[in-house]
Design a protein around this ligand. Structure first.
Ligand code: MRU
Length: 348
């Protein structure tokens, strides 16, 4: 398990600050950013110093406390809401914060801490459900000593949440219990969350991880090196269509072609039941420079146009099951989603 603290509130409600692990500096440096106002938190979210749907929601909740220290709850909530459009956990957390009465730093800090702690508990529950699935897949394999091979994309790990991650939660629990498990991490172009963050945190926890380029996934699946795929989610529409890091949809198509199960792991705070299907999910477009520059300089001719959507949408029918803290949604349908989540508890 990663021992790194990605999001910490330091001090009391009236004068305290938010300390974020700056994920843009990993894996080279463990540097921290201190945020003293909501705009600093919004900027940190925008530049991906804190990222991953649940972590964005948690950071925004603390950002509201900072705003209220300066008597600016509404302005702060608006600044935070403008930071990134896709992860619904952000808007879910802001709505929860807006319902707090009285709107004092103390009461808001209590709520932000609750959001943080609940996320850790949800990750743990997701892990227990995912572990049961992993054990089932392992029993289906021939030799019982053989490891189970999981492919994941981006970082839906501890760094992206308040706990042990979503896609990684079952992996960590399996590893703790001695179940042989091996992870293939897609490096995740263009910002390399898979290599910089997932490989980093899994290796730090002693989990066997092998890094691959995104373009290798088809070959790796065809050569029998993958048993199943688990990714996280940024927003899940009412019908189960799922937005996640760009490249997730391609993996789901490949999984279907190769007859492999494709799982999404996400807490109920990532569901948006007010959005009927994936076509209505707002997809963040990020600067061209993330594609045209890297490796310490330009990687494309000057002035070339790039297209850089940060997320794609995987249609529900390509998803074998969605693993939530409340149980496993299988098959993925609106009816089953509502049954498992229960009324009124998702983000929408
Ligand atoms: O752009 P990012 O790094 O915030 O994208 C993160 C993802 O796509 C994650 O898979 C998702 O937020 C789930 S995190 C538990």
């Amino acid at each position: 398990m990663s021992v790194i603290k990605n999001i910490q509130w330091l001090g009391d409600a009236e004068t305290g600050l938010l300390r974020l692990l700056d994920q843009t500096r990993l894996p080279g440096q463990e540097a921290y950013l201190d945020c003293r106002c909501a705009q600093e938190v919004a900027d940190a979210i925008q530049r991906l110093s804190v990222r991953g749907a649940p972590a964005i929601g948690i950071a925004a909740a603390y950002g509201c406390v900072l705003g209220t220290q300066q008597n600016q709850f509404d302005e702060s909530a608006e600044q935070l809401a403008r930071s990134r459009p896709t992860a619904v956990n952000l808007f879910w957390a802001l709505r929860r914060m807006a319902r707090v009465v009285p709107r004092t730093p103390e009461a808001l800090l209590r709520e932000a801490r609750a959001i943080h702690e609940e996320d850790a508990a949800m990750c743990r529950k997701i892990g227990e459900h995912a572990l049961a699935l992993l054990e089932r897949h392992r029993r289906g394999k021939q030799g019982s000593a053989e490891a189970i091979h999981v492919l994941t994309h981006c970082n839906a790990g501890a760094l992206a949440t308040g706990g042990i991650g979503t896609a990684t939660a079952g992996i960590y629990l399996a590893h703790q219990r001695g179940l042989p498990i091996r992870v293939l991490a897609d490096e995740t172009r263009p910002l390399l969350q898979g290599s910089r963050l997932t490989a980093f945190e899994l290796a730090a926890a002693g989990v066997h991880v092998t890094l691959i380029c995104d373009s290798m996934a088809a070959q790796v699946m065809r050569s029998g090196r993958v048993d199943l795929i688990i990714t996280g989610a940024d927003r899940i529409a009412a019908n189960g269509d799922t937005a996640n890091k760009i490249g997730t949809y391609a993996l789901a198509v490949l999984a279907r072609h190769h007859g492999l199960p494709f799982y999404v792991a996400a807490p109920s705070s990532t569901f948006d039941l007010e959005t009927p299907d994936g076509s209505r999910i707002p997809i963040e477009q990020r600067p061209d420079q993330e594609i045209t520059h890297g490796l310490g300089g330009p990687t494309a001719p000057r002035g070339v146009e790039a297209y850089n959507p940060a997320f794609d949408v995987t249609p529900a029918d390509l998803i074998s099951a969605i693993i939530t803290e409340k149980g496993v949604i299988e098959p993925v349908s609106e009816t089953r989603i509502r049954q498992v989540l229960g009324a009124g508890e998702a983000a929408g």
